[in-house]
Write a protein that binds this ligand. Sequence first.
Ligand code: GLP
Length: 238
Amino acid sequence: MNWETLPDYDALSERAATILLDSIREDPKLVLGLPTGNTPLGVYARVVAECSREYHCFRDVTAFNLDEYVGIPRDHPGSYFAFMQRHLFAHVDIDPTRTYIPNGAAPDLKVECERYERLIAAAGGLGLTFLGLGSNGHIAFNEPGTPFDSRTHVVALSESTRKANAAFFLDQPVPTHAITMGIGTILESRQIVLLASGAKKRDAIARLRSGAQGADFPASALWSHPGVSVLVDEAASF
Ligand code: GLP
């Protein structure tokens, strides 16, 4: 695991955006795994700014989002579909038919999870996946207790996760369930970059850095992967 500590959130976002764009330059047909949440917002803003100067960044890229809420339509402002349009996809030259997000409104969620796995496999697997980190150690929506070999599945969200995401729903209730790539799905990505910023993530980063692996802390599964970079800012470090 390669650890990099950046002075602050701006530097962390800049570094992650550079990794993302350099990887696309190296492999224009890159298959990305992409997160939502507050942490990647700075990365997406920089990528959008850069791609408006160099407008072919995403032409042949494929993107799979990590997760999506269950039970809300994709045009709901709190959906991750809407999030990705708002912050990245609407502003870059990615082919919309190559942007994939689990469909949380699918009539049969199990079938949808299997379909998502097949789509990732058909694209040749994930090449580079960015992850945020929940303060309880969750990656994507894999809450503590999720087996490390899990595939795309439906999860019940923990109270702390629902609370942390409440701002995206204004005064409406946060969904209780989500579809998420499994930890096993994520671990098959050839490269993984985990981002953590701010004092709220300090305990989770300390636990990750300890190297202790256990299902009680999903991000610790990343220690089994040979190609993981962790980017933290000083506020998230100890
Ligand atoms: C949500 C997302 C995760 C994200 C996490 C951390 O639960 N499903 O993918 O990593 O929040 O969010 P933030 O970056 O806002 O701290």
